[in-house]
Design a protein around this ligand. Structure first.
Ligand code: FAD
Ligand code: FES
Length: 291
């Protein structure tokens, strides 16, 4: 079974070739939780603002001179062309350097790279989104798209899990999506702190609360490897076909466009064949981290 995805990816916006980043200014920073921030960025030059387009689930390489580059998913609405958001967990040298820059700082961007979520194939389908922690970041553009074309899809569910209520990213939007009921939102936490009255436990437990019509369901999963693995297997056991279960994977990146081999995953390159894969395309190696 092959994936339902067709290749309609926009061309990367870069300098004279795909290795050369272009400048973008950080114009706003939102603190999502203790170590995660959303950076709203704007290309410095008009030509890049006019030409840069991306698909939900794609990523950019963010560059800080003298420090290095990191792959970061785009977390804003693909229809918003004036600015782009990156939601970043500060874990190491590049992400710390981006945090230090603050508003007004200049970041180099190469991208967009990779294969995103199969939005064009979702018409008439039920859509189940499963996200853990910062895994909601590459899902947010897809959620905006689903909301905008809401009447084209069947049921749309978001199952989201994180360590505690304070660890949620996009907390205001989660509440807004829950309130307006155009999608069904279920959030669970590992530790119910601060008066939390919602579900407690791992995100895959939420599946027990969901009725899945396997014949017309597409699943999109993004989280830590253990979540990706358990969620994918649970939906396969519910008889959702493997070419309808999509997972976004992480690998060490360098070039971002299929030249260096750093992101190799079996016979695939995560930067060009992914990061979003249909389970059917990676079934033989899925979950084998050493690959
Ligand atoms: C396709 C793709 C999309 C990504 N999207 C995002 C995104 O939207 N937001 C985001 O914050 N990150 C994202 N990442 C992960 C990000 O690229 C890495 O965390 C990157 O290593 C950070 O660079 P750094 O220089 O700050 O950290 P490094 O200097 O590379 O790492 C420093 C230390 O942090 C540890 N570390 C690295 N990554 C992680 C991690 N993910 N969790 C915990 N510890 C870690 C390393 O083991 C190391 O010890 C994505 C990765 C890929 C491949
Ligand atoms: S990052 Fe270079 S081949 Fe994928």
């Amino acid at each position: 079974m092959t994936s339902l995805v067709t290749d309609t990816r926009p061309k990367p916006i870069c300098g004279i070739d795909t290795w050369v980043p272009v400048a973008a200014e950080i114009i706003e920073i939102t603190q999502e939780n203790f170590n995660t921030l959303t950076f709203k960025m704007r290309f410095v030059e008009d030509i890049h603002r006019e030409n840069y387009r991306f698909q939900s689930g794609q990523f950019n390489m963010l560059y800080i001179p003298g420090v290095g580059e990191a792959a970061i998913s785009i977390s804003s609405d693909p229809e918003e062309t004036e600015t782009i958001d990156h939601t970043i967990r500060v874990v190491g040298s590049v992400t710390r350097a981006i945090q230090r820059l603050g508003v007004g700082g200049i970041v180099g961007i190469r991208g967009p790279f990779g294969r995103g979520w199969p939005i064009d194939t979702l018409k008439g389908q039920d859509v189940v989104i499963v996200a853990g922690g910062i895994g909601l970041a590459p899902m947010r553009p897809a959620i905006y798209e689903l909301l905008r074309k809401r009447d084209q899809f069947g049921r749309v569910m978001l199952l989201y899990g994180c360590r505690s209520p304070d660890d949620r990213v996009f907390a205001d939007e989660l509440e807004q999506w829950t309130e307006d009921e155009s999608i069904q939102v279920l959030v669970t936490v590992d530790n119910a702190t601060g008066g939390w009255v919602g579900p407690v436990g791992v995100v895959t437990n939420l599946l027990q609360r969901v009725r899945v019509n396997a014949a017309k369901t597409v699943v999109m999963v993004c989280g830590p490897p253990i979540l990706n693995r358990v969620a994918a297997w649970q939906f396969l056991q519910l008889h959702v076909p493997p070419n309808r279960v999509y997972v976004s994977l992480e690998r060490n990146m360098n070039c971002g466009f299929g030249r260096c081999g750093h992101c190799q995953y079996g016979r695939k390159f995560v930067c060009t064949d992914g990061p979003v894969f249909a389970f059917s395309d990676v079934a033989e190696i899925f979950g084998r981290e050493e690959i």
